[in-house]
Design a protein around this ligand. Structure first.
Ligand SMILES: Nc1ncnc2c1ncn2[C@@H]1O[C@H](COP(=O)(O)OP(=O)(O)OP(=O)(O)O)[C@@H](O)[C@H]1O
Ligand SMILES: [Mg+2]
Length: 217
């Protein structure tokens, strides 16, 4: 279980995250939505231990994997880029196959397109085991087919491992197809929290209503 109490993040005078209480149960698949700058990445980075909260407490497993919003490639081919994460070769090949990157396996990772690189970044993360998987906009660079592959791979990883998945997204498809809970952030605060279908069909607040309308649901 992940437990957050009175969590705040300040940058100078600005409060960019303010969460009085949040409990995320083991095995939950949680989507974090909200406009640019609403605090999604900040929350994921705090959960992943990349940055520290300014105030409050957080209890979370130490066995966490984090996929950043901006994908990156190391020097070398795709397989080498996955093995960097500590995977064995057969696992790397299996993931490349699953994310339809096998035909590029021996190419330089730095030469990949944005969507290909994002799928490689996911392969690197999914090659390892964890209790908590943090994914920052895992389908943002993907076309429709790529997004489907990513969603399928995340769901399979979750059902095999039982881990908790927390992913930020601007994609209604990801929120509806791969999550059992949707939290909408607004200015660093939780505006809405519930099942994706319910939240999008019956938004709790006026703000969440206009946000859901923007998603054309
Ligand atoms: N290092 C920093 N210094 C100052 N302000 C920061 C810093 N990092 C983030 N912020 C601010 O915190 C706010 C929340 O940023 P965050 O990256 O969490 O947003 P986000 O919801 O992930 O947005 P996006 O959808 O664009 O990825 C933004 O207004 C951002 O400008
Ligand atoms: Mg972000």
């Amino acid at each position: 279980m992940i437990e957050i109490k009175n969590l705040k993040k300040f940058y100078g005078e600005r409060t960019v995250l303010d969460i009085p209480e949040l409990i995320i149960n083991d095995g939950e698949m949680l989507a974090l939505a909200g406009a640019n700058g609403s605090g999604k990445t900040t929350l994921l980075k705090i959960l992943g231990g990349i940055i520290k909260a300014s105030e409050g407490s957080l209890s979370v497993s130490e066995n966490i994997l984090y996929m950043p919003q901006n994908s990156y490639a190391f020097r070398g081919d795709l397989i080498k880029n996955i093995l960097v994460g500590g995977a064995d070769r057969s696992k790397a090949l299996e993931l490349l196959e699953k994310l339809e990157l096998s035909h590029l396996a021996d190419k330089k990772a730095k030469s990949l397109s944005g969507g290909e690189l994002q799928r490689l970044s996911l392969c690197r993360v999914l090659s390892k085991k964890c209790d908590v998987l943090l994914l920052d906009e895992p389908t943002s660079a993907c076309d429709a087919k790529g997004a489907e592959l990513v969603i399928k791979a995340i769901k399979e990883y979750q059902s095999e491992s039982g881990c908790t998945v927390i992913m930020s997204t601007h994609s209604p498809m990801l929120a509806l197809n791969a999550s059992d809970r949707l939290i909408i952030l607004n200015g660093g605060r939780i505006e809405s929290d519930g099942s994706p279908e319910e939240t999008l069909a019956n938004p709790e607040t006026q703000w969440a209503k206009s946000f859901a309308a923007g998603w054309k649901i």
